[in-house]
Ligand binder design. Structure first.
Ligand code: 8IG
Length: 276
């Protein structure tokens, strides 16, 4: 008898099949990964057709982070007003596995791989992050223009040489700027976490060219590119990075800023997704 190890793609295909069965939606068009502060945006996107605990779908596990909801939601998004386009089906991944949870890179990449297997051609990766620019107060949404992966890890296995030029689609960034012309752009640096940075590490990230620091997104974006998805990345600055304001960082502050900004960034995101 030959044994066969299930590949990440096969696990994602199993998850997508189960998702289709549980939601009754055969194909999704766009996926959204909602990070810290973004969960309330799900309610503004459209009509919820189905909501499923992520734990009922192969490859997903419970999230250990307060403020992260472990639900998968299927939402019907109407076309923009005046358009005759068909409605879209959005798959909202309310749970994200972070690299710092030590569940491995397969768990980190499973959500975007499932999105691709479910038929999505695009993924919107959102996160809450620390900001280096003192002119971006907490509550500022920032388009991710590029990233610096400081985790030392890759979600790809074997000799998989994937091009990361224009990883964060300039086409999709332009759609965002149609909705909100003054939306700033920045480079996102992914640290491993779960501790926040020291002020010296934040200065280092700044010298390397980062404007934003966080603990997600970069590894997911790499896996999404491999899976053939077009990627939109949007950060919500929920705190100034360590040493920028002189104030200590707290997860409670992060959640409070997220709540305060949720309505505003939520409706912006809803309008962006209608136009995708
Ligand atoms: I929300 O200041 C949030 N996530 N690494 N640094 C890092 N991740 C974060 C931060 C931050 N704020």
């Amino acid at each position: 008898m030959t044994t066969h190890e299930t590949s990440p793609k096969e696990t994602a295909e199993l998850a997508a099949a189960r998702l289709a069965e549980l939601t009754g939606i055969e194909k999704h068009d766009v996926a959204l990964v909602l990070g810290s502060g973004w969960a309330p945006a799900a309610d503004l996107l459209g009509e919820t057709l189905a909501e499923i605990p992520a734990t009922e779908v192969p490859g997903f596990s419970v999230s250990g982070v307060p403020g992260h909801v472990g639900q998968l939601r299927s939402v019907r998004i109407a076309a923009p007003e005046g358009s005759s386009a068909a409605p879209k089906h959005a798959l909202i991944l309310g749970s994200r596995t972070h690299y710092y949870e030590n569940k491995g890179v397969r768990a980190v990449a499973h959500g975007v791989r499932t999105a691709a297997a479910a038929g999505c051609s695009m993924v919107v990766l959102t996160n809450g992050c620390g900001g280096l620019n003192p002119e971006w107060p907490p509550g500022t949404p920032v388009l991710i223009s590029d990233h610096i992966n400081l985790t030392g890890a890759s979600p790809l296995e074997g000799a998989t040489f994937v091009d990361l030029t224009d990883l964060y689609s300039s086409r999709l960034r332009a759609v965002c700027r149609e909705v909100q012309p003054d939306l700033p752009e920045g480079v996102y640096a992914q640290f491993r976490g779960p501790h926040y940075e020291t002020p010296a590490e934040v200065r280092m990230a700044g010298r390397l060219g980062a404007d934003l620091v966080g603990m997600s997104t970069a590894l997911e974006a790499i896996a999404a590119r491999e899976a053939g998805l077009e990627i939109l990345g949007i950060s919500l600055v929920t705190n100034l990075a360590a040493g920028i304001s002189g104030q200590p960082l707290s997860h409670e502050e992060v959640l409070a800023e997220g709540r305060a900004a949720a309505q505003r960034v939520g409706s912006m995101l809803a309008e962006v997704v209608r136009r995708l």
